[in-house]
Design a protein around this ligand. Structure first.
Ligand SMILES: [Fe+2]
Ligand SMILES: [Fe+2]
Length: 184
């Protein structure tokens, strides 16, 4: 059940719609993981979940979060989100180094799903990052295009850990998410 390449309509999603669609996809895979009974199935789902989360956290950190911080100056929400990402990334690395025959594999997946559930709620709840972003002057349409482009790029090359920003910091890119005034 490979995810179809992004269609042109998906590319024109605004930033929040794109990020929420990622959240729903990963939630679905976590549910399927809970029901999975064979090690092959568990491994397949765990790989998909970890890959998707690495791409998702990277595009948020490189593009959406910096644009959010610039538009809102809400350092509390921004920093909390980054700290949560770093926690999730450590657990993702442990899961990737492990396998379903490890006694702790299911427990690690369960805890990852709980961390992600909490984090997604923080992003999507009223007063959370996404609703603040909607109320700001962020150019969500343009950001959506940037997110889709970077996502496709990361999904295209098999993403290895060298592609990930270092814990606690973002890889430098040229002014990610910044719109010229005329683009707003
Ligand atoms: Fe997210
Ligand atoms: Fe996030």
């Amino acid at each position: 059940m490979a995810r179809a390449k992004q269609s042109s309509s998906e590319r024109s999603q605004d930033a929040i719609a794109l990020l929420k669609a990622d959240h729903r996809q990963v939630e679905e895979w976590f549910e399927q993981f809970e029901k999975a009974r064979t090690e092959d199935r568990k491994q397949d789902l765990a790989t998909r979940i970890c890959d998707a989360l690495k791409v998702h956290t990277t595009i948020e950190e490189e593009i959406f979060y910096p644009a959010f911080l610039e538009a809102t100056d809400d350092t509390d929400l921004h920093h909390e989100a980054e700290v949560e990402h770093n926690g999730a990334k450590k657990l993702i690395a442990e899961i990737e180094a492990s396998s379903p025959d490890d006694e702790y594999f299911d427990a690690k997946m369960k805890v990852l799903s709980e961390m992600i559930k909490h984090h997604v709620k923080e992003e999507e709840q009223p007063g959370g990052m996404f609703s603040e972003a909607r109320d700001s002057d962020m150019d969500l349409k343009a950001l959506g295009e940037q997110l889709a482009e970077r996502k496709a790029e990361l999904e295209g090359g098999a993403m290895d850990d060298d592609d990930l920003p270092p814990p606690g910091g973002r890889r430098e890119r040229s002014q990610p998410g910044r719109m010229s005034k005329s683009a707003r």
